[in-house]
Write a new protein. Structure first.
Ligand code: FAD
Ligand code: SF4
Length: 508
C-alpha cells in the first residue's frame, strides 16, 4: 500500500475495464484501488447466483490484473467478517483505514448508488463520466430536447454517423439504415445452433462459487454448472466465437424461439459488455469487419450493431434523462402481484415454463423471450411495474438498473405511456406460435380462443384491449385492433372477458 493514500479509486462490479475514466484519473504510485463485494447490493433483490458468482469472480480477476500492473488494491470480500455489506459504510471504513480524504469513481449505472456517492461520506468524492458509452448525458439531452417522441431509430442514425459504422460516405451501407424486416424468420429445430463457449472454473472462480453458495444460497437460480468467462481474454474468445458462428444467422432468426434451445444465434455477450469485459465499439468494429470480408451478411451485421450503438445507448440515455421519477411510472394502472411461477417456472404454459426455466438455469434469456413471453404475459395480466422490474433486475446476469429498467418499464410494460415504445408490445398466442415451436407441446391449445384449454394469451389479449380502451384506443398504431374489437359481437366479447376473468382468478 502507498504509505499515505492520496485518493481511493472505487471500482463498481460492472466497471471492470482497464480504460475506465477513474483509473485514468489516478496514479498507481500514490492512489489505491478499492473493490467491494456488498451483501446489501447482492440481496436488494434476489440476484441470480450465477450473476453474483460471475461478477465477484470477474472482479477478483480484474483486481489481480491491476495488482500485476502495479496498482495497490484493497479488496473487501463478501465473507470478510469486518465487511458491513453497505456501500456508504464500506467507503467510510476504507477512507479511515487508508487515511484518504478523496475518492474518485466512474459514474455507477444505478441512480441509487450515485445518490449514495453524492451523500455525506466524510471525504471529497469525484464522479467521472463513464466514457465507455458513445453518448454522454449532455449529448442525449440535447438530442431529446424539444422532441415530442424519442424514437430509437433517429437516435441510432446519429450514432451511425458519429461512429462511421456501416456508412458509405454520408449514406448508410446498402442504402437502408435498418434491415429489421428481413430479420423475422421463425427457426426450426434442424438449424445448427452453436452454444457459446463454456469456460472451466479456475481456482478463483471455484472459491467464489463456494462462497456464493454458503453466503447467498437462498438467492434465485442455479449456481452450477457455471461456465461464464470471467476475464477479458475469455470474453474476447466468446466474442470471436459469436462473430464466426452466430453472427451470419443472427439477423434472420433474431426473433425466433425453440424449445430446449437457450441461445440460438444470439451473441450471449450482454453480461460481458455490461460488466466491462468487452468494449462495445470494438465489438461492433469486429462485426463490421466480418461484413466487409464477406463472412456475415448486411442484415445480420446491421441488426447486431443497431442493438449495441442504437438500443443499448438509447436505453441508457432514457434512464438518466428520466430518473428518478421513471422508476415509479404506472401509466396503465397495473396492480396485480407477480405470479409465483415467475420464481419457479412451474406452469402449464410451455412458452413461460421454457423462458423461466432457462432463466433459472442460465441467468439468460434472449430478447424475444424477455419481451414477448415473460414481459408480454406480465403486461396482459397487469403486473405492478415495480414488481416485474425487480424480477428482471434479479434474474438476468446482464441486469443493471440503467439498462434493465427502461427495457422493462418502458419497452415491455408500456408503463411510461409511450415515451419509449410507440405502442404496447401486446400480442396473442398466434405470435408465440408463429415464432416458436412451444405451442406444439403445450397443455393449452393455441388455436382455441376461449373456454377450457384455450391459450391464455388469446383471451388475455382481448381483455387487455378492452380494459385499456380509454388509454389506448386513440393510439393510431392500435387503430386496427380497436376496430376489430369494435366489430366483434357482444357474446364473443363476453366470452373473451369471461375466460380471462376465470383464468386470472386461478392466479390468485
Ligand atoms: P443479442 O441479441 O446478441 O444482442 C447483442 C447485444 O445488443 C446485447 O448483448 C446487448 O448488449 C445489446 N442489446 C440488444 N437489445 C438491447 C436492448 N433492448 N437494450 C440494451 N442493450 C441491448 N439487456 C441488458 O443488457 N440488461 C438487461 O437487464 C436487460 N433487460 C431486458 C428486459 C426486457 C423486458 C427486455 C425486453 C430486454 C432487456 N434487455 C436487457 C435487452 C436484451 O434483451 C438483452 O440485451 C439481450 O437479450 C442480451 O442477450 P445477447 O447478449 O444474446 O443479445
Ligand atoms: Fe404459450 Fe399459448 Fe403457445 Fe401454450 S399455447 S405455448 S400458453 S402461446
Amino acid at each position: 500500500m502507498p504509505s499515505t493514500t492520496h485518493k481511493i479509486v472505487l471500482i463498481f462490479p460492472d466497471h471492470l475495464s482497464p480504460d475506465l475514466s477513474s483509473l485514468a484519473a489516478a496514479n498507481p504510485a500514490a492512489d489505491l484501488v478499492l473493490f467491494l463485494e456488498l451483501r446489501a447490493e447482492a440481496t436488494n433483490v434476489s440476484h441470480h447466483k450465477k450473476k453474483l458468482a460471475f461478477l465477484f469472480s470477474a472482479m477478483r480477476h480484474f483486481a489481480g490484473e491491476l495488482r500485476a500492473e502495479g496498482w495497490c488494491v484493497d479488496y473487501v470480500a463478501l465473507d470478510d467478517p469486518a465487511n458491513t455489506g453497505e456501500l456508504a459504510k464500506e467507503v467510510k471504513r476504507a477512507a479511515k483505514r487508508h487515511g484518504a480524504g478523496k475518492l474518485v469513481a466512474t459514474e455507477p449505472g444505478d441512480w441509487r448508488q450515485r445518490e449514495t456517492l453524492q451523500g455525506d461520506l466524510g471525504l471529497d468524492v469525484d464522479i467521472l463520466p463513464d466514457t465507455r458509452f458513445l453518448c454522454d448525458h449532455e449529448e442525449f439531452e440535447a438530442w431529446a430536447n424539444g422532441r415530442k417522441q424519442l424514437r430509437m431509430e433517429y437516435f441510432y442514425r446519429e450514432m451511425r454517423r458519429k461512429t462511421g459504422l456501416l456508412m458509405d460516405g454520408d449514406a448508410p451501407e446498402g442504402g437502408e439504415w435498418n434491415y429489421d424486416k428481413e430479420n423475422r424468420k421463425p427457426a426450426d429445430e434442424d438449424l445448427d445452433f452453436r452454444a457459446p463457449p463454456r469456460v472451466k472454473p479456475d481456482a478463483i472462480t471455484k472459491r467464489v462459487l463456494k462462497m456464493v453458495e454458503a453466503e447467498l444460497g437462498d438467492n434465485f437460480g442455479d449456481l452450477e454448472p457455471f461456465w461464464f468467462a470471467v476475464t477479458r481474454k475469455d470474453a474476447e474468445k466468446a466474442a470471436d466465437h459469436f462473430i464466426a458462428h452466430g453472427l451470419p444467422d443472427f439477423g434472420d432468426y433474431q426473433d425466433a424461439m425453440v424449445t430446449d434451445e437457450a441461445f440460438l444465434f444470439h451473441s450471449v455477450l450482454s453480461f460481458y459488455i455490461n460488466a466491462g469485459l468487452l468494449d462495445p465499439l470494438e465489438l461492433c468494429r469486429k462485426a463490421e469487419g466480418a461484413y466487409e470480408e464477406g463472412r456475415a451478411p448486411l442484415n445480420a451485421v446491421e441488426g447486431f450493431i443497431r442493438q449495441i450503438i442504437g438500443w443499448r445507448e438509447y436505453i441508457r440515455g432514457i434512464y438518466w434523462l428520466k430518473m428518478p421519477d421513471y422508476q415509479d411510472v404506472n401509466h396503465l394502472g397495473a396492480e396485480r402481484p407477480l405470479p409465483d411461477f415467475y420464481w419457479t417456472g412451474e406452469t402449464d404454459m410451455k412458452c413461460l415454463s421454457e423462458a423461466i426455466g432457462q432463466t433459472k438455469r442460465e441467468a439468460y434469456a434472449h430478447h424475444i423471450q424477455r419481451l414477448m413471453v415473460t414481459g408480454l404475459f406480465a403486461l396482459l395480466i397487469g403486473v405492478r411495474p415495480k414488481e416485474i422490474h425487480e424480477w428482471y433486475l434479479a434474474v438476468y446476469a446482464d441486469a443493471f438498473e440503467w439498462v434493465e429498467l427502461p427495457n422493462v418499464i418502458g419497452m415491455s410494460q408500456y408503463a411510461d405511456g409511450g415515451l419509449l415504445a410507440s405502442k404496447p408490445y401486446a400480442a396473442s398466442g398466434a405470435y408465440i406460435n408463429r415464432m416458436s415451436n412451444h405451442c406444439e407441446t403445450c397443455a393449452y391449445k393455441v388455436h382455441r380462443k376461449t373456454g377450457d384449454g384455450a391459450c391464455p394469451f388469446n383471451h388475455l389479449y382481448w381483455d387487455f384491449i378492452a380494459r385499456h380502451t380509454k388509454k389506448l384506443a386513440g393510439n393510431p398504431r392500435m387503430g386496427q385492433m380497436y376496430a376489430t374489437w369494435g366489430r366483434m359481437k357482444d357474446d364473443k366479447k363476453k366470452a373473451y372477458r369471461d375466460s380471462a376473468k376465470a383464468f386470472l382468478e386461478t392466479l390468485g
